[in-house]
Design a protein around this ligand. Sequence first.
Ligand code: F6P
Length: 360
Amino acid sequence: MGGQKRIGILTSGGDCAGLNAVIRAVVHRAISAYDWEVVGICKATQGLMQRPLDVMMLDIPQVDSLLMVGGTVLGTTNKGDPFAFPASEGTVCDRSAEIVEGYHELGLDAMIGIGGDGSMAILRRLAQQGGWNLVGIPKTIDNDLGITERSIGFDTAVNIATEALDRLHFTATSHSRVMILEVMGRDAGHIAMSAGIAGGADVILIPEIPYSIERICEKIQQRQVRGQNFCLIVVAESVKTETGEPVTKLECLGQKRYGGIGQYLADRISAGSNAETRVTVLGHVQRGGVPSPLDRLIAAAFGVAAVDLIAEGKFDHIVTWQNRQVVSVPILEAISQYGTVDPDGTLVKTARGLGICLGS
Ligand code: F6P
C-alpha cells in the first residue's frame, strides 16, 4: 500500500491501561515511517454513527505525552452493538449502515480496531459489510483471547490486584482475619491466578476449577493450627456459587455484570469456620491508572506491527503475542478461541506446588 494514506483508529469495549500507549505507537509509526494521516474515531463505532462524525485528527505532538496516561483519549463503549442498537422503548435497530458509511465519508484506506473478542467480532462484521480494510490489536484486562499470550491491559490489572493483596496481607495479619479479594476477568480466571500467586494468596478460586466451602474452611483451620491466623483469598468475579449459580448484578441496557461472589463466600466461610472475614471488591481500579512497563512495551510492539500490516496490505488480521514475538493471525481465528486458565497448565501447577488451595 504505497503513497499518502489515511487510516482510522478506534478503541472499543471496556477501557484498560495501555490504550493511549498503543494510540501513540500507531500515530508515531504511521506518520514518521509512512507519512500517512491518522484519524481518531471517538467512542468506538459510535463516532462513525453520529453526524457530524465524531472524530479527531491525530498527530505526533498531540500523542507524545500519552505513554503513561490511563484510559483512552478516544473514548470507548462496551454497550450498543450497532447491529442491535438500543432504540426507543426497549427496541433495537440495525445502525451498521451509518457506521460503514462514516468510514467511507472520511476517505479511510484502513482501520485499526483495538478491542477484545466481542469488539473484534463486531468490527469484522462491519468490515465485511462495508469493504473496510481492518487490522486488529487485542486489549483486555481479562487476557481471554486464547490466541495471544498477552493482551494490552492485563499486566497492569495483575499489578494492581497484586498490590491490593500486598496491602491486604498486613491488615489481615494485624487483625487475624480472612481477607477476600474479588477481582475482574469475565469468564476467565487469569487475573485471579496470576495476582494470587504473585501476591501470596492462600486460596485462589477461578471459574475453571470447582471448589467447596468445606475445603476452604479446612485450609483456614490448617493455617490456624500452624499459628497463621490470617488467610488471603482471591476470587475471580465469575466463580459460581457452590450449587453452580452465577453471581451477577443487573446493569443498564439489560446487560448483566458479575459481582458479589466475594460476599457470598464471606458469608459461608464465616458460618463454616470461626474466622472473621472481610471482602474487598477491586472493580474498575484494575482498569485505570498508569500502564505498567510491560503493557507499554506490548502496546508499542502491537502499534508498530499493526501499521506495518496495513503497509503490507495484510487485512482482516490481528496482531498477537506468541513466543516473545508479534505474530499476525486472521481475526476470525483469534475470536474463535476463548482463552481460559488451563487447569493443567504451569500456573495452576505452580499454585498447587506452593500449597495454595484452589478450592478442590
Ligand atoms: O472485560 C473487561 C471487564 O472489566 C470485565 O473484567 C468485567 O466483567 C467487565 O469488563 C465490567 O464491565 P463494565 O465496565 O461494563 O462494568
